[in-house]
Design a protein around this ligand. Structure first.
Ligand code: PEP
Ligand code: MN
Length: 442
């Protein structure tokens, strides 16, 4: 059992668990379960992220807004993994830069909400806070927070991560498989066709290398890391352990965790938690953040200035990034703090469609990434990566892209439990567009 003394600080966005005895049971159960990741793997990721901080690698972070227990199936996990692998290969090949691959997977089960209650047709119920807390069904019973869901989240994460490890280490991610990731609906799309041409070039390069007598081990597997928002402290704290090698604390629920826009209060429990663990960490930075807030975060979260330790994930919105980001980049640059600059072009671009669906427009997503590259080019800093909400399926949740999802299409396959995600074709199109941007700054 962990005997860590956490200070008692205000924690935003925590569920009101109705049954404290059950909560204590859930926490005690989590505290003795095996780690999902090892400290050494987290350190390895920190080192890779250090390369992204200095412009020698690019980070691709992607996955569901909200994972659900129902979608924690082999097919769904494989499809999401395929999307990230395809995007990563487009970026690697297009920009000749190592790509650090991180999933929003195996732990992305808790959601912050802007409103505590949800009202439909005059009925108000507590908001859905992710499968880790309550159920999506709009019934009184389903919306009651149940702490045993935290234990279920652990087991769901363990099985997802097991499959991810098997896929990425066991041959599925072998570079000779680049074509096989491009089957089904994506194959006939314009980005799918462009991908097929690139995969053919990769095949020829591999055949050439093999003919020359070289067949590197690196081509056979992929390093893939798991990340999620460290939102539910009743989950993260029991899963924080002392590393026997160093005596340092690691949150063993995932390789990388981030603190969200709604919980990044400098004096709150989430930032305090993040400051104590040795995993690589991120903080979401919205348009209301100021240079002073950012400096406070840097000093608190990375006082030793370890390269790769801290990622700032900006999510300003396409209309604001060019206005708000420059002052923040300048102050960080002046401070000398090493950070990985990430662009989340999703969360500042959410809007309501005429159909009532929460959506995002593909061109806004691209425009925010473009603004991000422009600001960093002007400042002489490195655009370190992108953070994307995506799925492996042919969903109709975000508008636009070559595949042309229209407002009328939204109801067909609107399957997200929370925010709208890019489908696989839109994700691939975005990867080609970002690879062009990367090539231009290299
Ligand atoms: C998210 O990443 O799903 C999220 C809620 O983001 P943010 O904290 O940036 O709003
Ligand atoms: Mn989201």
């Amino acid at each position: 059992m962990s005997a860590i003394n956490w200070p008692d600080l205000p924690a935003a966005q925590q569920p009101e668990w109705p049954d404290q005895t059950r909560l204590a049971q859930a926490r005690a159960t989590l505290a003795v379960l095996p780690p999902l990741v090892f400290a050494g793997e987290c350190d390895e990721l920190t080192n890779k992220l250090a390369a992204a901080a200095s412009g020698n690698a690019f980070v691709l972070m992607g996955g569901d807004c909200a994972e659900t227990f129902a979608a924690n199936t082999a097919d769904s996990i494989r499809a999401r993994l395929k999307t990230v692998l395809q995007m990563a290969i487009v970026l690697t090949y297009g920009a000749s830069l190592p790509v650090v691959k991180i999933g929003r997977i195996a732990g992305q089960y808790g959601k912050p909400r802007s409103s505590g209650m949800e009202t439909i047709d005059g009925v108000s119920l507590p908001s859905y806070r992710g499968d880790a807390v309550n159920g999506l069904d709009f019934t009184e019973e389903s919306r009651i927070p149940d702490p045993m869901r935290l234990v279920q989240m652990y087991h769901a994460s363990a099985s997802a991560l097991n499959l991810v490890r098997a896929f990425t280490q066991g041959g599925y991610a072998d570079l000779r498989q680049v074509h096989s990731w491009n089957q089904d609906f994506v194959h006939s799309s314009a980005p799918g066709q462009r991908y097929e041409l690139m995969a053919g070039e990769i095949d020829r390069a591999l055949a050439f290398m093999e003919a020359c007598g070289t067949d590197p081990e690196e081509f056979r597997r992929v390093d893939f890391y798991a990340s999620h928002e460290a939102l539910l402290l009743d989950y993260e704290k029991p899963l924080t352990r002392v590393d026997s090698r160093t005596g340092n604390l690691y949150d063993v629920s995932g390789h990388f965790v981030w603190i969200g826009e709604r919980t990044r209060d400098l004096d709150g429990a989430h930032i305090d938690f993040a400051s104590r663990i040795s995993n690589p960490i991120g903080v979401k930075i919205g348009p209301s953040s100021t240079p002073e807030i950012i400096l406070g975060l840097l000093e608190k979260l990375n006082p030793e200035r370890i390269p790769g330790r801290l990622m700032l994930i900006t999510r300003m919105g396409a209309g604001k990034i060019r206005e708000v980001l420059p002052a923040i980049v300048d102050v960080v640059k002046e401070s000398g703090h090493p950070v990985v600059w990430m662009c989340d072009p999703m969360h500042g671009n959410t809007r309501e469609a005429a159909t009532g669906h929460k959506t995002r427009i593909f061109d806004d997503v691209v425009d925010e990434v473009r603004g991000f590259f422009e600001v960093h080019a002007t400042a002489g800093t490195h655009p370190g990566g992108i953070h994307i909400e995506l799925t492996g399926d042919d969903v109709t949740e975000c508008l636009g892209g070559i595949s042309g999802v229209s407002e009328a299409d939204l109801p067909f396959r609107y399957e997200t439990a929370c925010d709208p995600r890019l489908n696989r074709v839109q994700s691939l199109e975005l990867a080609f567009t970002v690879a062009d941007m990367l090539r231009a700054v290299k």
